[in-house]
Design a protein around this ligand. Structure first.
Ligand SMILES: CC(C)(COP(=O)(O)OP(=O)(O)OC[C@H]1O[C@@H](n2cnc3c(N)ncnc32)[C@H](O)[C@@H]1OP(=O)(O)O)[C@@H](O)C(=O)NCCC(=O)NCCS
Length: 341
């Protein structure tokens, strides 16, 4: 798609919210569970701690995040028209987590669906939600990224258990009051040949749950970290550079890179390719680890709530994840100041 057509309705993020569970799983805790060290985890990933949801499911993370969105926007749940939930840890295969959240929050007039694109889930869902606004079909679309990664993490596997955490975050998309503000452009990619490097095999129609699938740990995520790292580091930088180039943006024009938080080294490589100073990158991987679909909206919500994200700021959202899926979105921030749109 191309950017900037003044005749078209522009979609903008008009509210943000997030929720992280209280329980902290620190690197010191993990040292007692698997053969690892705080130093190894911090130097190889940038993670110090992550959050764990002890009671409940992904819908609870998403519902709490959406409650904050509604409070910040000052609207009732009945005003939401569509709910899109990006997640690889839905409460169950069906009903969709979107339907569960619709019921929990009381969004009686909304329809909705789940979207599976792993760590790129939020950007994919944001782009899908944007289409509903740009066509004029809807005026209030909720996009949620939520994952209870602890539900599919093997806490005896040091290769993966150090990486992931639980969180939910959400945005509301509405028609923009200014065509130069909002979700301006996107580039999305997928390469299914990368599926063998990052997956959860069990529980689907290919390997329905059996004693064997449980014994063989097929209901946990598997990652060939080294292979994923090599493509992620290139893919995320490529797509971020591509969206800057096609919009004639220099590093000076970008206020923030909002990267998926999988590994601090991947984020740094992306930042360097874009020519950005470290102060222009949203990083919270140290406190939350990789929360899959939640990382990007979690950054947006935190930065906005502490007043560092202002209307008119130019953002590049960028991600890489299982599939493979990757992509970037160019956003000019619409929300004025905390608690007042
Ligand atoms: C997972 C990841 C952090 C591993 O870092 P890495 O530098 O690639 O580490 P390697 O896998 O090469 O392992 C290096 C060594 O550390 C060991 N190691 C792995 N995990 C360890 C841990 N938690 N603690 C201590 N040592 C560990 C390995 O066994 C290996 O030892 P060896 O050399 O004796 O075989 C990194 O590959 C990564 O971030 N991958 C991509 C993640 C991503 O982007 N995913 C996509 C979105 S979800």
């Amino acid at each position: 798609m191309s950017i900037q057509s003044n005749s078209r309705i522009r979609a903008a993020i008009t509210a943000v919210g997030h929720y992280v569970p209280e329980k902290i799983l620190s690197n010191a805790d993990l040292e007692k569970m698997v053969d690892t060290t705080d130093t190894w985890i911090q130097t190889r990933t940038g993670i110090r701690e992550r959050r764990i949801l002890e009671q409940g499911a992904t819908s609870d993370l998403g519902t709490k995040a959406l409650e904050m969105v509604l409070k910040n926007r000052g609207i009732d749940p009945e005003e939401i028209e569509v709910i899109i939930v990006a997640s690889v840890t839905p409460d169950m295969f069906f009903p969709s987590t979107a339907c569960i959240i619709q019921d929990k929050i009381g969004a009686k007039k909304a329809w909705g669906f789940d979207l599976s694109a792993a760590c790129s889930g939020f950007i994919y869902a944001l782009v899908v939600g944007t289409q509903f606004i740009e066509t004029g079909a809807y005026k209030k679309v909720a996009v949620i990224g939520a994952d209870k990664m602890s539900a599919i993490t093997d806490y005896t596997d040091r290769n993966t258990c150090i990486l992931f955490g639980d969180a939910g975050a959400a945005v509301l998309i509405e028609p923009s009051d200014d065509p130069t503000i909002g979700i301006l452009d996107h580039v999305l990619y997928a390469d299914g040949s990368g599926g063998c490097y990052l997956y959860m095999k069990g529980g689907g129609s290919l390997y329905p749950a059996t004693y064997e699938t449980v014994e063989n740990k097929m209901h946990y995520l598997y990652q060939d970290g080294k292979s994923v790292f090599k493509v992620a580091v290139i893919g995320m930088a490529d797509v971020s550079e591509e969206i800057m180039k096609r919009n004639n943006l220099t590093a000076n024009d970008v206020d923030y890179l909002v990267p998926h938080q999988a590994n601090l080294r991947i984020i740094d490589a992306c930042r360097e390719r874009m020519g950005l100073d470290a102060s222009k990158v949203m990083v919270n991987i140290d406190r939350f680890g990789n929360t899959t679909a939640a990382t990007i909206p979690l950054c947006l919500s935190e930065w906005w709530h502490c007043g560092k994200l202002k209307r008119g700021n130019t953002l590049v959202l960028s991600s890489f994840g299982a599939g493979y899926t990757w992509g970037a979105a160019l956003v000019r921030w619409a929300i004025n100041n905390p608690n007042k749109y």
